[in-house]
Design a protein around this ligand. Structure first.
Ligand SMILES: Cc1ncc(COP(=O)(O)O)c(C=O)c1O
Length: 371
């Protein structure tokens, strides 16, 4: 068995006859070149059904969707927004873009997501909203987070950009919060190269997005062409998510004997994550971050699609000014040094390719550990 993967075995985007046929039809009927048409309307209908939500707004990216979501929840200058100390960097920027101030709390090291127990410690009359992301195959504790938010009068923006179709407690993620956010960026599980969406059951929230985004024209639009390629992918999302979950389980089970070096993401019993990324903490790197660089370089040489996680915000929390911090950000800081992320296309590869990748990962971790 070769010690280098063949990247053509896990292409992205996937060759998809449904996408090809939809593009050909959009070319023939001219809908590809129109401002509005049947594909955006159809995609909104599909999303309404999948997310069991009345109101859907399509937009240009997940990044802008988070900002629109915060604005639609009434967040403005002088307000504060709670965010995990380890999250997508654009979410910190979205809060700042509104003139609001991030309030950082730690993550749960098992799920990589905002820790509901840390959220409980947050006080302050300026806190208006919470941004919660479901990251790397982990799922945030939405029942507890929503309960707290209701008690305190906070709005919740639920970032499902990494996990379209995931469920928690039998309910699709994105539908738990006051508003949910999706991304259709080029590397995402549903890809249009670019694009995003907002989903909510709250008409007032939806109306506020409309008022902000509608400027004689939609200021943050998704094109008909983007909607065209998303619909056939959405129809296959559930089956592809199942297949990716199987690949993720194979990776997690096969790397469990490496627990001295790797600690994998976990999710609550009965829940079903969607795997845009699959996370491990590389434990030697929690003490010495240079170890992770060495491991990633070795895996890269073998074409194993593993990269570092987010940089996190724990240093910003310490210096104050841009944000405030509630409680220690111990896990956020550790994970910013140690997170390894497997990129999803390999989870749809053949069993032989998955086996080969696991073997290379195992050998590389053992070789660097000197065993
Ligand atoms: C958790 C999370 N939120 C938001 C985004 C932003 O999405 P987009 O790339 O569509 O702007 C990303 C992108 O990776 C993400 O991972």
């Amino acid at each position: 068995m070769s010690e280098r993967l063949n990247t053509t075995d896990f292409p992205w985007p996937l060759p998809d006859e449904g996408v090809r046929a939809a593009l050909a039809a959009a070319y023939l009927d001219g809908s590809w070149g129109r401002y509005d048409g049947p594909h955006s309307a159809g995609l909104k209908e599909d999303l309404r059904e999948l997310f069991a939500c009345d109101q859907v707004r399509l937009c240009s990216s997940g990044t802008v969707a988070v900002e629109l979501a915060l604005r639609s929840c009434g967040v403005g200058p002088v307000d504060e927004v709670v965010l995990a100390g380890y999250d997508f960097p654009g979410n910190f920027r979205a809060i700042e873009a509104i003139g609001a101030r991030p309030v950082l709390v730690d993550v749960d090291p098992a799920s990589w997501c905002l820790d509901a127990h840390c959220l409980e410690q947050v006080t302050g009359k300026h806190v208006r909203a919470v941004v919660v992301s479901h990251l790397h195959g982990g799922l945030a504790d939405m029942p507890r987070i929503m309960q707290l938010a209701r008690q305190r009068g906070w709005q919740v923006v639920e970032d499902a950009c990494q996990q379209p179709g995931a469920t928690l407690g039998g309910r699709i993620v994105g539908n738990w919060g006051d508003i949910g956010v999706l991304s259709f960026g080029g590397s995402k599980l549903l890809t249009a190269g670019r694009g995003g969406a907002l989903i909510t059951g709250n008409r007032a929230i939806h109306q506020r997005i409309k008022i902000f985004a509608q400027r004689g024209n939609d200021a943050f639009p998704m094109s008909e062409l983007q909607a065209t390629v998303l619909r056939p992918q959405l129809a296959k999302l559930a089956s592809r998510n199942r297949q990716r979950a199987k690949g993720a389980t194979d990776f997690m089970n096969s790397t469990s004997p490496l627990s001295t070096w790797l600690r994998g993401v976990t999710h609550p019993a009965g829940s079903q994550p969607a795997y845009y990324k699959l996370a491990w903490s590389y434990l030697p790197a929690e003490q010495d971050p240079t170890c992770r660089t060495q491991l990633i370089m070795a895996l890269d040489a073998a074409a194993v699609p593993i990269a570092a996680g987010f940089r996190g915000f724990s240093r910003r929390g310490r210096t104050g000014g841009r944000c405030r911090q509630v409680g220690p950000l111990t896990h956020s800081q550790r994970l910013s040094h140690s997170t390894l992320l497997l990129h999803h296309p390999i989870l749809l590869a053949s069993e032989a390719t998955v086996r080969q990748a696991i073997k290379i990962l195992t050998h590389t971790v053992q070789r660097l550990a000197g065993v």
